[in-house]
Design a protein around this ligand. Structure first.
Ligand code: ATP
Length: 457
């Protein structure tokens, strides 16, 4: 586990420009965060890496980019309109609102409450004297359900006919396009269809920074296969998801699979597992991987009236494909990656540095260009111009060279290129490695070749 306190590391992310509180000058808006110049680079890098692994390097798969607003019947078919519900209860004394299952899990981490209904959760709370984390009281309301979808209206009138929802997940854009995609790509099963974009949930329990937000980015894949082959593919994608997390540089000991118990499984799911990461605040779900059987396509076929079955040319059979869904929140991947990368290191007797050991391909800037003196500005800018056509760069000419190295260490820049007076004579520069702090001398013309192999995934 990270040896650092969550507040300390997140404070570093905020002060250095990875993340800002949303609408901060107006006092913020709870559970909303904006990515700053550094965080937005990391976000793009991780999304690109995911697209590469799950589409470019997976020949069975394709990607789409589906709309956020969908026909409201979609959410009737999925059950979100009626059952997208959390078991909520309020403390009558201090008026704070909590999710019943989370309240219990916090105070009784070993309790097995998976599969309990609302009444049983309430009994547990009363019988075990579960306390309000805010005021210590035990005076709770009964559990109430709450719809987490954000509602808005299409057009000028705000009547019930014009209601639309902001999608609470990206997956449905795939299911409703299933026929279009098979027809236009002329693909056969198995096929994985990926969709990335914003999802919205009116979460009521405040999250640990970007772990739980009201507006977040999901990256989902729906992998359709022949019934009976589903568990094989479930194992296959489970492994690939873990490989992806390893590629982000995450330490093995901070990762685990949490298989859902049979009682905990949704009724339509044959198997579900979560990849969990040990955040500084404890274990948290990062990636959910589920065998959803033929549930979603069948529901949409019923609600839309469009048959969504598949004709298998190899066996001449018609069936509704089964679906494996690895669903991941990009923001949680980023938070995990940043927490994992943060370190503080002693250097010599009385010096230390903050360093973000980000995998180079994920770093916001791949290289910093540092002129030893302001007089070297022209040459240094020339070097930056050359490098910036290949990779993200940053320029820094203020403070001592030691201070500038520290600044780059603290934001994870893997390489610093220093331009000095010798550069003017022989066109060579110094390259310093963030992790080893070793320096070597190279010709400017060799820089691109030297750095490219190190900084691209
Ligand atoms: P949780 O139990 O933490 O609420 P969930 O089981 O509802 O999560 P899913 O519906 O399975 O989550 O969504 C898939 C993934 O989307 C999650 O593994 C997580 O990475 C991400 N995700 C879900 N809700 C949020 C949120 N409010 N903020 C950020 N990411 C989220």
């Amino acid at each position: 586990m990270s040896k650092f306190d969550f507040d300390k590391v997140t404070n570093h992310f905020i002060t250095s420009g990875f993340l800002y509180q949303g609408s901060e000058i107006y006092g913020g808006l709870s559970n909303t965060w904006d990515y700053g110049p550094l965080g937005s680079e990391v976000k793009r890098n991780i999304e690109k890496m995911w697209w590469k692994k799950f589409i470019q390097e997976s020949p069975t798969n394709v990607g789409i980019d589906a709309a956020i607003l969908m026909n409201p019947k979609v959410w009737e078919a999925t059950g979100h309109v009626s059952t997208f519900n959390d078991p909520l209860l309020d403390c009558k004394d201090c008026k704070m609102r909590f999710r019943a299952d989370q309240l219990i899990e916090k105070q009784f981490p070993d309790a097995d409450i998976a599969g309990l209904n609302d009444e049983q959760l309430m009994d547990f709370i009363r019988n075990n004297d579960v306390k309000c984390p805010n005021c210590g009281g035990t005076n709770f309301t009964d559990i109430r359900k709450f719809n987490m979808m954000f509602k808005t209206h299409i057009g000028v009138t705000e009547d019930s006919k014009s209601v639309v929802y902001l999608r609470p997940e990206t997956a449905q854009g795939v299911f409703v396009n299933f026929k279009n995609i098979l027809r236009t790509t002329r693909r056969k099963l198995p096929i994985g269809i990926c969709n990335v974009g914003k999802a919205f949930r009116n979460e009521i329990t405040p999250g640990q920074m970007t772990f739980r937000m009201r507006e977040f980015t999901q990256m989902e894949m729906e992998f359709f296969c022949k019934p009976g082959e589903d568990l094989k593919w479930f194992d296959f994608w489970k492994k690939r998801c873990l490989d992806f997390v390893a590629d982000l540089g995450i330490k093995k000991e901070d990762l685990r699979f949490r298989d859902h118990e049979p009682a905990e499984l949704a009724f339509y799911s044959k198997a579900t597992t979560d990849i969990e990461y040990r955040f500084p605040f404890g274990w948290g779900e990062v990636w959910g991987i589920a065998d959803r059987t033929d549930y979603d396509l069948k529901r949409h076929a019923t609600y839309s009236g469009e048959p969504l079955d598949y004709f298998d040319p190899e066996t001449n059979e018609k069936y509704v494909p089964f679906c494996i869904e690895p669903s991941v929140g990009l923001d949680r991947l980023i938070l995990m990656t940043l927490c994992n990368a943060y370190d503080e290191e002693a250097i010599g007797e009385n010096d230390s540095r903050i360093v973000m050991h980000l995998v180079p391909s994920l770093a916001p800037y791949k290289v910093a260009v540092l002129p030893l003196s302001k007089k070297l500005e022209e040459k240094a800018q020339e070097v930056q111009k050359i490098l910036s056509t290949y990779m993200t760069t940053v320029y820094d000419d203020t403070g001592s060279i030691g201070k500038r190295y520290r600044r780059q260490d603290a934001i994870g820049t893997p390489y610093c290129v220093t331009v000095d007076f010798n550069t003017l004579e022989d066109s060579s520069v110094t390259i310093r490695d963030r992790d080893t702090m070793q320096q070597i001398r190279l010709q400017i013309t060799d820089l691109e070749k030297y750095l490219s192999v190190k900084v691209f995934y």
